[in-house]
Design a protein around this ligand. Structure first.
Ligand code: FE
Ligand code: FE
Length: 299
């Protein structure tokens, strides 16, 4: 499904895979625990117009604001609550799921996450990349903002993008064959859940933290889960039949997997859609923002 990589993408991932370490992620979490500005989601969306994502060839010529509305509209018009859980998986992928996971899923996404998902998930589409405002000020390089994410503090799974290029071998956490980070569990507990992982620092984790500290946020936990893990490709989108990091997944991560997949498909496939009429769409989304994410957030 994923295609050839251009030189800029390869360079972004080279840096990411060599420089995202336990120490780096820990330092960013501490740094961004102190907000530096206050703004509404709508203000953040307008800031995004100035951001270019170097890891994404599809989005390079299109503004991030357009991408936000395209994703939101794609989610809204897909009416995911009615879709079957099975339909978000490929046929082979479905058969590869652990039997106890597959049989635990109800028939539809709406049964799994509640019918209101068709109200809040489009809003997640609108906001999911707002963390990329980190790229507007130039305070962080692209390799610490965009691209597919992965946990640090455990082995680098072969399901990761560009695994075979071996950049990760130059990462201080993994350069020694005896490093505890070379173990599949590393510093984590088996099936302990992704909530406890140190994920590579980027726009996903950053925005999830901004939402979590916003006392007036009325989004359900599943919405923040999608924000946090939407770029966790080695998990939600298997490569060569391998779903990465399954040893770290908890029952709740398996429960949220269909939601993550359904969302990711709207995120990815909306990129070819008609350019959105942003001024015409804001009046639809503004009341939703007022209901679920009112006021200024601390960024
Ligand atoms: Fe994203
Ligand atoms: Fe996106």
């Amino acid at each position: 499904m994923r295609r050839h990589y251009n030189a800029l993408e390869i360079e972004t991932y080279r840096r990411m895979h060599t420089m995202q370490t336990v120490e780096f992620v820990t330092a960013q979490r501490a740094r961004y625990a102190q907000p530096t500005s206050h703004m509404t989601i709508e203000e953040a969306l307008h800031l995004l117009e100035r951001m270019v994502d170097e890891s994404d060839p599809d989005a390079r010529h299109e503004s991030q604001l357009a991408h936000a509305f395209q994703t939101a509209e794609r989610v809204r018009h897909t009416h995911l609550a009615q879709r079957t859980v099975q339909s978000v998986f490929g046929e082979h992928e479905w058969e590869q799921l652990p039997a106890h996971v597959r049989t635990a899923y109800p028939a539809t996404l709406g049964e799994l996450y509640g019918p209101e998902m068709d109200v809040w998930l489009p809003l997640v589409g609108l906001i999911h990349d707002c963390g990329k405002i980190l790229g507007v000020t130039g305070e962080l390089p692209q390799w610490a903002i965009v691209g597919d994410t992965f946990p640090v503090g455990c082995a680098f799974d072969r399901a990761n993008i560009m695994y075979e290029l071996g950049f990760w071998r130059q990462n201080p956490d993994w350069s020694l064959a005896t490093s505890p980070c070379r173990d599949i569990l590393g510093r984590y507990a088996r099936h302990g859940g992704f909530r406890h992982l140190l994920m590579s620092w980027g726009h996903d984790e950053y925005l999830a933290r901004v939402l979590e500290r916003h006392a007036a946020c009325r989004l359900p936990p599943e919405a923040i889960y999608v924000v946090r893990f939407h770029s966790f490709y080695p998990w939600h989108t298997p490569r060569a039949g391998t779903r990465g990091y399954a040893a770290l997944a908890s029952d709740d991560d398996w429960r949220c997997l269909p939601l993550l997949k359904a969302f990711q498909q709207c995120d990815l496939y909306s990129k070819g859609d008609e350019p959105p009429d942003v001024p015409a769409l804001f009046p639809y989304y503004r009341p939703l923002l007022d209901a679920y994410l009112p006021g200024e957030l601390a960024w």
